[in-house]
Design a protein around this ligand. Structure first.
Ligand code: BJW
Ligand code: ZN
Length: 257
């Protein structure tokens, strides 16, 4: 399996990666669904909605600040780093991620398309105000603050600049992701349940156009029925092994056919 995936990637003309919460588990960030995807008594996906924010902005902000703190403590793991190295090697053309944690960029990936926004950006619910808290240097002060965050321009509530259920994805990001998928001859799908749309169309687009789908996950997902290669395992363990096999092949040591 690993050998087959390595050969596909080593020979790829235009490979892309499509990632989900599972790639950040080994950095200490919980997933949305499944046994370990719980936050207090709530399911994370129940709090990632505009209805939850309207009903109880305190609770939703508590959840997002908790996650911001966890992400600030986290570091990219070998799976993120391997993707960055594959990009440097010229094999991977882009990472399309559903994650909001910024860990791909922290790991050194340059071409990152964030389909569901970024947890370190906030925006006003009433006016065009937006702020990147990492860039403005306010992130630590922001996560410590107990009161609800207010817009400095108009005084309305600020919200995380992420995409909740029922909200449209950023058009530019979605168009970029779809056009990358249309060009790709290989997609490496890592750590996603593949049930949230339109993001989950990405591997289907690649497959429909004759490309190959490689999946790395600890269990089967919504994408598994269309994969060409399924590698069961933790992303942080599988990815460095995959990279070694690719390097072997490129060095001419391809004894696997
Ligand atoms: C490991 C591992 C290890 C563990 N190594 N692996 C078509 C069909 C059906 C429904 C729809 C459809 N089109 C639209 C919909 C509705 C809806 C939807 O998809 N619903 C389905 C769930 C039923 N979609 C939407 O509402 C989207 N908007 C939309 O369509 O708008 C239309 C519109 C147009 C015009 C006007 C108005 C509206 C928006 C979706 C937004 C999703 N937002 C969230 C929150 C983001 C912010 C935040 O982070 O807080 O995105 S929800 C959540 O799910 C988050 C994730 O990005 C996303 C995907 O989750 P992911 O990454 O797959 O994580 P998990 O937890 O599900 O899975 C983890 C995986 O890792 C598992 O498989 C594990 O096995 C694996 N794993 N450890 C490798 N070590
Ligand atoms: Zn405002």
């Amino acid at each position: 399996m690993l050998g087959h995936a390595a050969r596909l990637l080593a020979r790829a003309r235009f490979a892309i990666a499509f990632t989900g919460a599972g790639i950040s588990v080994e950095s200490g960030i919980p997933t949305f669904r499944g046994r370990n995807g719980l936050w207090k008594t709530y399911r994370a996906e129940e709090l990632a909605t505009p209805e939850a924010f309207k009903r109880d902005p305190h609770l939703v902000w508590e959840f997002y600040k908790w996650r911001m703190r966890k992400i600030l403590e986290a570091e990219p793991n070998p799976a993120h780093r391997t993707l960055a190295e594959l990009e440097n090697m010229g094999i991977l053309k882009a990472v399309i991620t559903q994650n909001v944690d910024d860990l791909h960029r922290e790991a050194g990936s340059k071409k990152v398309v964030e389909l569901h926004g970024n947890i370190f950006r906030v925006r006003c619910v009433s006016c065009p105000y937006k702020e990147n808290l990492k860039e403005s240097g306010r992130v630590f002060e922001f996560v410590r603050e107990k009161d609800l965050p207010k817009c400095p321009k108009c005084g309305s509530l600020l919200r995380p600049d992420v995409v909740w259920f029922g909200e449209p994805l950023l058009r530019e990001a979605l168009e970029k992701a779809f056009s990358l998928a249309e060009r790709a001859d290989v997609v490496l799908v890592i750590g996603t349940s593949g049930v949230v749309y339109p993001a989950a169309y990405i591997p289907y687009i690649v497959k429909e156009r004759g490309g190959k789908v490689i999946e790395i996950n600890v269990e089967k997902s919504g994408i598994t029925p269309i994969v060409d290669v399924f590698i069961r395992g933790r992303a942080g363990e599988v990815m460095p092994k995959l990279l070694r096999r690719i390097k072997d092949i490129l060095a001419g040591g391809n004894h696997y056919g």
